[in-house]
Design a protein around this ligand. Structure first.
Ligand code: SR1
Ligand code: MG
Length: 420
């Protein structure tokens, strides 16, 4: 069947005989109500509701939605998203939406409707706190990282997955260009939201240390196929309600370095921290919320470390760091040392990737609502400039392995107006 994009009008006729939808929404498509709710950069997303319940239908378009048909993009990304979702659900059960149905030819996935969950970005603009957010995200990143790697998987299966996701060339290419390259030269698609940032952007483009760091990190991203990444784990890829967080939008999935998802995630909280002054009625009003955001970054790092450690001790069945070399010879301390050295390297990478993510969200094509919705350009660019400074430090000084406490202190110093 030829691929055709769905519309609100055509959806009932086209999905009426899909039992996975009828079972959850109701047997009579005439009673279904559909609305398009996609506000991301790439896809169509429909909520379909009926007498029995609701589902989400996500369909990939053959182009980049935020740019238009002038930027073709294979709808096959839906295939990678489907395969990533089922793996993530197996590795951290319940953290991603349940897949009800996948139609490869139509590049569409019918999945669980998360309600009343809200995209985390929106929540962080509205000052919403989620008590278990850091814990749940730390667990997700640790479990998917460990269980998608040669630390855990049978190696033939890991290699088959490596091959499967290696085909996700186009989305991977977006990350390679948009995250690691374009922010560091005058790329045609780059955007800055106010001329106040021109000087900082020029400084960044001329910054040799930073550009070398960016390419070192790009090399890691391209060539260190350590685990199956979510690949786009930002605050728009998380939905939350109360004490439940869910991770969505896995279409950028690819094998890459352990620290990539962790770094991207932490960067998004740091940016939300710096955006707060653009959303508060009076200076300092949101200090408690700022504390909460930074606390989440610390929790993510701590929980990641603790869970990765637990899995190292209990699930290390893959070809890497085999027990035969350590525990089976009574060398338990050596296994712990190997773990701690690995975690050190992962953290350093994560710091670097966090720096890249911050830069590209301010200087590149794809920006974030936390900054974009700050109406006053001077306030907005002041927030962005602080984030850019921290981003540079994270990337260039990553080998110094700043701790979460160091990052918090640096963020507060920048927030209070220090520039050094
Ligand atoms: C052209 S796509 C731009 C960005 O949107 C996605 O969510 C990814 O973050 C990508 O880099
Ligand atoms: Mg997305």
């Amino acid at each position: 069947v030829t691929y055709r994009p769905l519309t609100v009008e055509s959806l009932r006729a086209r999905l009426g005989d899909v039992s996975a939808v009828a079972e959850r929404v109701g047997p009579d498509p005439g009673a279904w109500r559909a609305r398009e709710v996609g506000d991301g950069n790439l896809n169509l997303v429909f909520v379909v509701e009926g007498p029995s319940g609701a589902v989400v239908v996500k369909q990939a378009l053959p182009y980049v939605r935020m740019v238009g048909e002038s930027w073709p993009l294979s709808a096959r990304r839906s295939y990678f998203e489907y395969h990533a979702l089922i793996r993530q659900d197996a590795r951290d059960p319940g953290r991603v939406p349940k897949v009800h149905h996948f139609d490869e030819a139509q590049a569409l996935i019918v999945m669980e409707y998360l309600t009343p969950h809200v995209i985390l970005r929106r929540g962080m603009i509205a000052r919403v706190m989620h008590p278990k957010l850091g814990e749940q995200l730390g667990l997700f990143v640790a479990r998917t990282a460990f269980r998608g790697s040669d630390l855990s998987m049978p190696t033939a299966q890991r290699k088959a997955d490596l091959a499967l996701f290696a085909d996700n060339v186009e989305l991977c290419g977006i990350t390679e260009s948009l995250v690691f390259t374009e922010p560091y030269f005058a790329a045609p698609m780059n955007r800055r939201t106010s001329p106040e940032l021109d000087a900082v952007a020029a400084e960044i483009r001329a910054d040799v240390e930073l550009k070398i760091a960016a390419q070192q990190l790009k090399l890691k991203f391209c060539a260190h196929a350590e685990t199956l990444l979510h690949g786009d784990l930002h605050a728009g890829s998380i939905m939350a309600h109360g004490d439940e967080a869910r991770v969505i939008d896995a279409e950028f999935a690819v094998y890459g370095p352990f620290g990539f998802d962790l770094g991207m995630l932490i960067a998004n909280f740091l940016m939300a921290f710096f955006a707060q002054s653009g959303h508060e009625a009076s200076a300092g009003e949101r200090d408690g919320y700022r504390e909460w955001i930074l606390g989440v970054t610390t929790t993510i790092g701590e929980v990641f470390r603790a869970e990765f450690t637990r899995l190292w001790r209990t699930e290390r069945a893959g070809i890497l760091y085999p027990r035969a070399l350590f525990e089976d010879q009574g060398q338990h301390e050596a296994a712990e040392r190997a773990l701690s050295e690995l975690l050190h390297d992962v953290w350093i990478d994560a710091l670097g990737f966090a720096g890249m993510e911050i830069h590209r969200r301010i200087l590149g094509l794809a920006h974030i609502a936390e900054f974009e919705l700050i109406a006053d350009p001077r306030t907005r660019s002041a927030c962005e400039a602080k984030a850019l400074r921290l981003g540079r430090r994270l990337a260039v000084e990553r080998a110094g392995a700043m701790t979460s406490a160091d990052i918090q202190a640096a963020a507060w110093r920048l927030e209070s107006g220090e520039t050094g």
